[in-house]
Design a protein around this ligand. Sequence first.
Ligand code: PMP
Length: 362
Amino acid sequence: MSQSITPQPGIMEIALYQGGASKVEGVSDVVKLSSNENPYGAGDAAKEAFRRASHDLHRYPNTDHAELRAAIGARHGLDPNRIICGVGSDEVLQMLAQAYAGPGDEVVFTEHGFAMYKILAHAVGATPVEVKERERVTDVEAILAACTPRTRLVFIANPNNPTGTMIGGNEVARLAAGLPEGALLVLDGAYAEYVEGFDGGAAHVEARDNVFMTRTFSKIYGLGGLRIGWGYGTQEVIDVLNRIRQPFNLSTAQIAAAVAAVNDTAHVERSRSENSRLRAWLAEALAEHGVPSDTSCANFILARFADADEAAACDAFLKARGLIVRQVAGYNLPHCLRITIGDEPSCRRVAHAIGQFKAGVP
Ligand code: PMP
């Protein structure tokens, strides 16, 4: 007789994460515009620091990430003691879910919010609560209306992925002030660096005890392959998270590359300004081909098609030409394609191909 071994409640509700392909069979000149990666790669300083770290591979890494926290703190004007580092910001989000939500608790996020929020809610046995947006923009009123005394975490990405839209500081403040007792607002700033002069929500963390901010090295720093992220919150929340953090979660190489990256402001500046220039160019080029998009604050745009069939057909058309973009059906946006802002030749290629598709070129 076989005995069934059952997972924790909620686990089987999780759809397997669909990783982005980077190859197309039979096409050699492939451009991947599906994972919001930096088209210019990592900066030279980070690459060199990574190489140097290879001399010490037999040593365990520092467990407290003091050097990296100090570098991040100095760069952003934050208290290093209130920073925690993780294996991508995904791990910081995971620690928050593990520490603060469980069976009977509610985790709130928006209908087109980042996929990990729902996965994490299920993973810890909490109830995911998906809130409607207003035309692909986070709706603070709707979030507040959805909160209950059982709400423990409210996740919003600002700018949001995959919509690219963001809400202003007053809206965020209103959300934080209106949350029920015992709920923590998590401001996911994965794309914050793409917004000139934006602090990612740090001022809200300083202003209120119920706000936490997460950030990543995967996007503008071009270190998605290395997996480094961080969070900023009250001392109390950071102390809680450090109790469940694996002591050696970041490797020596991750720490070294991140320290170099955070100090390489020229690479960040160049990446931001090229992204802004090409994002505006691409949005306009697509609009001229009859493909609208919302004003994006991030390193991608969400191109809207007539319906899901047209979006899928365009996706296939682009793929056949070596252009990999992202279908966002899993985000309740089946009529949209998310396109990462690549370098100039990639932007021109994707705009040209979408123009051909819209013109009915076979
Ligand atoms: N938040 C958002 C909104 C994202 O889009 C991503 C990456 N897709 C992440 C968090 C996680 O990024 P990472 O784990 O690479 O830091």
